[in-house]
Structure formats: C-alpha cells, structure tokens
Design a protein around this ligand. Structure first.
Ligand SMILES: [Zn+2]
Length: 313
C-alpha cells in the first residue's frame, strides 16, 4: 500500500509534496429516488414512475472530469445501466473504470445470500455486456456490508469481483463500521480486497474517533476550505491517497422534491445541492485523482490468505 498509494506521477505541478499524493475519485451512479433516505417513502416498484435525471447528471460529472483531465471509477447500478446503456458506454469511452453498485440498491443485510448473489451477477453481466469491459470493483448500497453479512465477500469473489469499496469506518445512523480497518485490507479469508472510505483519525481529546472526509453529505455540509484541510491533513498524517465519493443527484438542485420523507432525510439530501458541482471542480483541481484500479494497483491481484495490507490499518 505504501508504495502503491504514492505514485508520484500526479500529472500536474503541485505546490506541496503531499498534494502529489493521488486519491481515488468515485461516483455512485444512481438516481435521486433510489437513495436509502427515501426508501420508506418510495417503494422500489414505483421507481419507473419517476422522471429520471441520472443520465444528464452523470454526463455533467463526466464533463467536469474531462475538463480537469481526471479519470474516475463509476460504481453503476444495474437498474440504471438497463435503462441508460449509452451512458455506460460513454463512461467507458471516457477512460473511466466501470464498476458495480449492484442491481436494485437493496441494503445487503436485507437480502439472503442467494438474493445477493443474483443481484450482483445481474448487475455485473449487464454492465459488462453493455460496456464491453470486464469489471472487478463493487460498492454495496449505503455501505451496507458488515459483520452481519459474512457471506457477502466470498460471493463477490466467486462472481468475479476482486475488490469491494463498501465500508465507512465512522459512526452514522444509516451505515458505518467505526471499528473497521481504515485502509485497504484483505477480507473473506483473502479472497477479496476491501478499500474503505477515507477518515481522518482525530488526536487529542477526540483521540480514537474517525472524522469522515470521503465526500457524500459531509462534502456538502462542511465549508469547502474545511474539507480541503481535512484531506490535506489526512495526506500529511498517512502519506497515502484516500477515496472520495459523490452521486449524480448531488449536483442537481433542480431534482423533484420528495413529499412525505422525514425532516432529517430531507435536510441531508437537499443540503447545498447547488454548491456541489463548483466545489467538485475545486476539489478536482486542488488534489490529484485517478481511478480506483490506478490509485491502488494492488487491486489487480487477489490479496491472498495473509492479507498483506491489513497490517497497514
Ligand atoms: Zn448508492
């Protein structure tokens, strides 16, 4: 991990050494009505009745990435690929890594092992057929792989995945595994890599707590300067790259408002949507970025039973 995370070839001049550390830029390709926050309000059987905005929003992100000269990893829902195959092909044509977000965006713990297998197989086949590429990466909906789904990692390996990026080592009411390793490590007896979302380990009176600095709602909540300092502090402390994630709906202030959702869900979902795209532009230029499989080249091979990287956590 140490050598892999510091390629030293960021591709553009950087002001400080840590600014040259490359991070993984990732996008979870799903629409605004598919998020966990609205799951109780919007039955999945009604998804097709909502106006879809995912293709236009993802195209906007593709333009932003192209403008900054950045390639990213797109964890794409099979459900979206089925309805927007041309978008999948544009992702691949843009030089980005195509990866899986599963098919139906059900939390892993709500599925049986067999239902999970069918969900990830369906998404992988769809994405590979449409994209014309093999994919090796998977991200669980709502970071929902954990201690109560021990069967998930072996199934991902059996179905041809080589890494998962599905753990967020923070405390949160909807997801989070605060005691999970913070860096890439072997899981499922060495059959698969897990690359967690990035956290800043706090010191002093908050010692032992992990501050989320991986994107999503926190990127919209915090002032950009605070977020940027957090990621720079992570680089200085750890000397390696992190993982950032966003969603197409996060740059879309014009999306329809969902009636009936709870106040907290609405606050989180609609907060600062108009600010995300310009902030993302700044982030793309303030740090060095790449695809998961470029930033973490060890993902190309199985970790093996010893899980060489788990010591780094
Ligand atoms: Zn998702």
């Amino acid at each position: 991990m140490t050598t892999a995370a510091q390629p030293g070839t960021a591709g553009r001049a950087q002001a400080t050494p840590q600014a040259a550390i490359r991070n993984a830029m990732t996008v979870d390709v799903e629409d605004y009505f598919q998020v966990e926050a609205f799951a109780r309000t919007i039955p999945r059987a009604t998804w097709d009745s909502f106006p879809r905005r995912v293709e236009a929003n993802t195209d906007r992100i593709l333009e932003q990435l192209a403008g900054a000269g950045v390639c990213a990893t797109f964890f794409t829902l099979g459900w979206v690929a089925e309805r927007h195959p041309a978008l999948v092909r544009r992702i691949v044509a843009g030089g980005h890594e195509l990866a899986s977000h599963g098919h139906g965006h059900a939390r892993v713990a709500t599925l049986t092992a067999e239902q999970f297998r069918q969900d990830v197989i369906r998404a992988k086949h769809l994405l590979e057929d449409i994209g014309g590429v093999k994919l090796t990466g998977y991200r669980a909906p709502t970071f929902s792989i954990g201690a109560n789904t021990p069967w998930a990692y072996p199934i991902l390996a059996e179905t041809g995945h080589r890494y998962s990026s599905s753990i967020y080592p923070v405390r949160h009411d909807l997801y989070g595994a605060p005691n999970a390793p913070r860096f890439a490590h072997a899981v499922g007896d060495g059959v698969l890599w897990e690359v967690p979302m990035t956290t800043l380990r706090l010191r002093g009176p908050w010692g032992g707590q992990n501050l989320p600095i991986s994107g999503g709602g926190y990127f919209r909540l915090l002032p950009y300067a605070v977020f940027r300092r957090g990621l720079a502090a992570f680089h200085a402390a750890e000397g390696r790259g992190g993982v950032f994630y966003t969603h197409p709906w996060e740059i879309d202030p014009g999306q329809p408002r969902i009636a009936g959702a709870g106040r907290l869900s609405r606050f989180r979902h609609y907060l600062n949507l108009g600010r995300t795209a310009p902030r993302l532009d700044r982030l793309l230029r303030d740090f060095a970025w790449g695809r998961m499989d470029e930033v973490f080249p060890e993902l190309a091979a199985s970790p093996g039973p010893t899980g060489a990287l788990s010591a780094a956590a």
